[in-house]
Design a protein around this ligand. Sequence first.
Ligand SMILES: [Zn+2]
Length: 274
Amino acid sequence: MITDFISAGANKSEDEHRRDVCTAGRLIHNRAFVAATDGNISVRLDSRRVLSSPTSISKGMMVPDDLVITDLKGRKISGRREASSELAMHLLIYNRRPEVHSVVHAHPPAATAHAAAGIALNKALLSELIITLGCIPVAPYGTPGTQELSDALEPMVQHYDAILLANHGVVTCGPDLLTAFFRLETLEHFAQVSLMTEMLGKQVLLSGRDVEKLLVARARYGTTTAATVIPGCPVTREDAAGSEQRPERISVTREELEALIEEAVRKDRAVRQA
Ligand SMILES: [Zn+2]
């Protein structure tokens, strides 16, 4: 039976993992983190096998038998359905992060809007987010289901537990499925709060000293990110003030630049002839 309960931990029977993946699917679908057949969820069963949601099915309508088992290269071992073409992104993370036992990919609206706008969620706006996720970068665009996407993600997977995928969605990971799912929920919640502060027209960032104290707390909470401190992550009040002092840069087209110069020359001539 599929319930709405996922217990913590990765040390479970294959049947339990199958039920948990279906439950997580219903949770991400019910929260509108995906539409139609979007998204995919996986867990590492052991050192050579991964259990994942299949392609072309609503993640809110899966039953345990729908899931697919592959090896860490994506070759199918068992299952009547086919694996998702986005499984490669999950495998990249499993191969690079031995401590990760679950990966979730979804398209939650506020976080995906940031991904589509190319805006990283990297500001020191919420204390707890600095402890849980640090900051969330945007991986450059790569066509979904291709090597291009894995290549774009690769430099980031060692350092972050949640990543925005430009013009696509998000991916989160963790030591178990419950954590990977919570990170997805936390990411979307932060994206919504961040967007609301933009709408309010004001963001008061935490200071560098505040962030330092939170990073100490982060180590105490045992956050699993490989790198605990990434330079410039998150952006503090002082960082933001520093960037404001830099001269503003604008861009103009060649035509606009030529028109501006012509106008200046014309005005200069008019002044001289007067
Ligand atoms: Zn996707």
